[in-house]
Design a protein around this ligand. Structure first.
Ligand code: MG
Length: 353
């Protein structure tokens, strides 16, 4: 099958990269400066036989009844934060969206909007992180495009990534498949990514040791699906945090979910920063955590499998699906009172991913 992505990674150019320390408008011209940037920054790191086709579209051979496709844009600010950068985040986020449908991530294509003045060294660091993230998850970067915009027309770098994954299981997890009696499992402590990014912003004078949890979840999902192929729902906890993801699930599945606040794993430092900033950690983004909605009889076994994986050591069963109040998420507080957890009305943390 074909991708329909214009692949502009271009062939040889003899310009010396060292003479250009910053991205210039000419790097987006499509001419020799573009070729030079692509050869010395992108291809130098990302090269592989598929990307090296250097055609308008990369031709892939995939033999499967079903593939999964996803696309996301990344505009995180700052572009470097403890635990990652916009490049690793883009790869992890794309891998995770594929994994949440039970797909084995195979290929990623990326589009880069570069602001005039972006340091070339920063771009190199970001591209190297992307390749490392691809290597870790055993996926290939197979097509790309770059554009350069005038200073002020973008903020340093925006990345859009499209992922393709192979679906081998017959049962496909979905937000619409939560069923009465299912247990709700969270794969680890929540809120690390959002808090790490917020603390990296210059406007917040906070010193913490918190790092983003940004990570590829495909191995963790593989381990679970290998033993229990019928996991009803999988959702990575990203923008809007745990509360938002659960609201998406109860709406799509027409059920209620009740969760127990005392069971939700939250790093004390994350809780402290959230208290200072007036944030509710239940709405703060993660980039390496997931929610699994699992048939009750399989919940303990799934929990065991997750806890054996490095990205699931803090996994917990935090609640269950019932029909108390359909399409609502109910939080049982530490003192036993209950309240609805609503969808986020507004953006709590802009440009977090
Ligand atoms: Mg997602």
């Amino acid at each position: 099958m074909n991708t329909d992505t214009k692949n502009v990674f271009a062939p040889n150019c003899s310009l010396n990269m060292d003479s250009h320390d910053f991205v210039k408008l000419g790097h987006g011209s499509g001419g020799t400066m573009s070729a030079h940037l692509l050869e010395n920054v992108f291809l130098k790191t990302l090269a592989n036989p598929l990307l090296n086709q250097l055609e308008d579209a990369t031709v892939l051979e995939i033999v499967s009844d079903k593939i999964a496709v996803t696309i996301d844009s990344y505009v995180v600010s700052p572009i470097f934060f403890p635990g990652g950068n916009i490049g690793s985040l883009a790869i992890h986020g794309t891998i995770n969206d594929l994994a949440m449908r039970g797909a084995k991530p195979l290929y990623i294509a990326g589009s880069f909007i570069l602001e005039e003045g972006l340091p070339i060294d920063d771009l190199k660091t970001i591209i190297i992180s992307m390749q490392q993230a691809c290597d870790q998850a055993k996926i290939k970067f197979i097509a790309g495009d770059t554009k350069v915009v005038n200073k002020g027309a973008a903020d340093k770098i925006f990345i859009t990534t499209c992922g393709i994954g192979l679906i081998e299981n017959t049962f496909i997890p979905s937000v619409s498949k939560a069923r009465l009696g299912d247990k709700v499992i969270v794969s680890g402590d929540i809120g690390l990514h959002g808090v790490a990014v917020m603390c990296a912003r210059e406007s917040f004078d906070l010193e913490t040791t918190i790092e983003s949890d940004s990570a590829p979840l495909n191995e963790l999902v593989d381990a679970v699906l290998a033993i229990h192929p019928e996991i009803h729902c999988l959702r990575d906890i990203t923008r809007g945090g745990l509360a938002t993801v659960l609201n998406e699930i109860v709406s799509a599945s027409n059920v209620a979910v009740e969760i127990d606040e005392s069971k939700i794993p939250i790093n004390p430092e994350v809780a402290a920063v959230c208290a200072i900033l007036g944030l509710d950690p239940l709405y703060v983004a993660c980039e390496g955590r997931l929610i699994a909605i699992v048939p009750q009889e399989q919940a303990e076994l799934v929990l065991d499998i997750m806890r054996k994986h490095a990205l699931g050591t803090n996994a917990q069963i935090i609640g269950e699906v019932n029909e108390a109040t359909k399409q609502r998420v109910i939080l049982k507080s530490k003192i036993g009172s209950k309240r609805f957890l609503d969808k986020l009305a507004n953006e709590q943390l802009p440009r977090i991913c």
